[in-house]
Design a protein around this ligand. Structure first.
Ligand code: NAD
Length: 361
């Protein structure tokens, strides 16, 4: 019997709609595997938590997460939080950092039935999650963005060998597991950022020595950005520092149907957090038309990751069944949300996925 303690953190706006759907799909998937026992723990976070407790990330939520194996985090609409209230912080960079979730795994996969710029796209971008130019997460204290004069602003970037190697190792492990081209492409701009991008690429190259079965190549970010649009099929697993990865993963999502099609998994040595690439989409919140795919597949990746880590084949099988069911729903296109050309609600698409899971023998 494998026991998992998983958190439900709905987040903001469409998070309140897509996270419950992802949880229902995970519950449906493990129904037929009694050996996979999931204990669910719902925790307050984001603006609903602020209204209830006065904090967007209550200490109790933070401390409870240490006892969990992993959690689903819905999107965070922090741009709408009250300004100048220190209790209205953006929680997700804190979670990524506090739980050492160094690698953010973001797949972009085309589906033949959906309009995409290209078919046969199957890329995974591994983005370093806690350093780079993001000023709210790369310093021990304070922020890495500052203004020495009213007319000059500076932003500092942090790159370390440790985190670069950890992200690279995640990328190489994935390249080995996948039925892909067995290739890792490291993205950089060491022509200009000789020290920071230089360290990032050197760290990836060092890790590549441990994986002689995987081809390793490096590419300048601007060239890669163009190639990704023109010839995405050339890539298998891509590893990048934080800011480049943030931009490139949205570009990759745009190749395969938009942000609703972009799942993600933040992983570290001990914890795992399922978090879709997209934001809280306030423009469509409350309308029940958000595409739940990204959140559902983020949960699917978490189950698969935990199953592999615990050597629990039933959990891995349950995760595979979620993927099969989702592909069926996307192929038939009768129960999909408006962004995919359908008329179904978020919940109806979720129910269709659950139905397909239960129909699998
Ligand atoms: P967004 O990703 O929320 O939305 C961009 C566009 O994509 C919108 O038109 C939205 O309707 C659409 N979209 C996003 N997810 C969708 C889904 N599942 N189904 C259908 N359509 C979807 O980006 P934004 O509007 O720039 O940001 C909104 C808020 O989210 C801001 O507060 C921002 O800071 C925050 N944000 C959070 C995260 C995160 O939590 N990881 C990431 C990005 C942005």
């Amino acid at each position: 019997m494998a026991h998992y303690k998983l958190g439900i953190l709905k987040g903001d706006d469409i998070g309140l709609e897509i996270v419950p759907v992802a949880v229902e799909v995970l519950k449906a998937a493990v129904e037929k595997y009694p050996s996979v026992n999931i204990e669910w723990v719902e925790l307050p976070i984001g603006y609903p938590s602020y209204l209830e407790t006065g904090e967007t990330l209550p200490e109790k939520t933070l401390q409870t997460l240490y006892d969990l194996d992993g959690w689903l985090l819905g999107p965070i609409g922090h741009m709408a939080y009250p300004k100048n209230d220190p209790k209205a912080i953006n929680p997700h960079p804190i979670l990524r950092r506090q739980f050492d979730l160094v690698s953010n795994i973001r797949p972009a996969k085309s589906h033949p039935s959906l309009p995409c710029l290209h078919q046969n796209v199957d890329i995974v971008i591994v983005r370093e999650n806690n350093e780079g130019f993001q000023p709210d997460r790369n310093m021990y204290k304070g922020t890495a963005e500052f203004m020495p004069t009213p007319d000059m602003a500076l932003s500092m970037r942090v790159i370390t060998r440790r985190n670069s190697q950890m992200a690279a190792r995640t990328a190489f492990d994935l390249a080995r597991q996948r039925n892909g081209q067995k290739k890792v492409t490291a993205i950089h701009k060491n022509t200009v950022f000789k020290l920071t991008c230089g360290l990032f690429v050197d760290s990836c190259r060092e890790v590549s020595q441990e994986y002689p079965d995987i081809t390793f190549e490096t590419m300048v970010v601007d060239t890669f950005a163009m190639n990704l649009v023109m010839r995405p099929q050339k890539y298998d697993v891509v590893v990048s520092s934080n800011m480049f990865g943030d931009i490139l993963t949205d570009e990759a999502a745009g190749l395969v149907g938009g942000l609703g099609m972009a799942p993600g998994l933040c992983v570290g040595p001990q914890y795992v957090m399922a978090q879709a690439t997209h934001g809280s989409a306030p423009d469509i919140a409350g309308k029940h038309i958000a595409n739940p795919y990204a959140m559902v597949m983020s949960g699917q990746m978490m189950l698969s990751w935990l199953g592999n880590r615990k050597g629990d084949q039933d959990a891995v099988k349950a995760a595979l069944e979620i993927e099969k069911a989702v592909i069926k729903v996307l192929t038939e296109l009768t129960h999909v949300t408006p962004d995919l050309g359908g008329k179904s609600s978020t919940e109806e698409m979720g129910e269709a996925i659950c139905k397909e899971i239960r129909a699998l023998t």
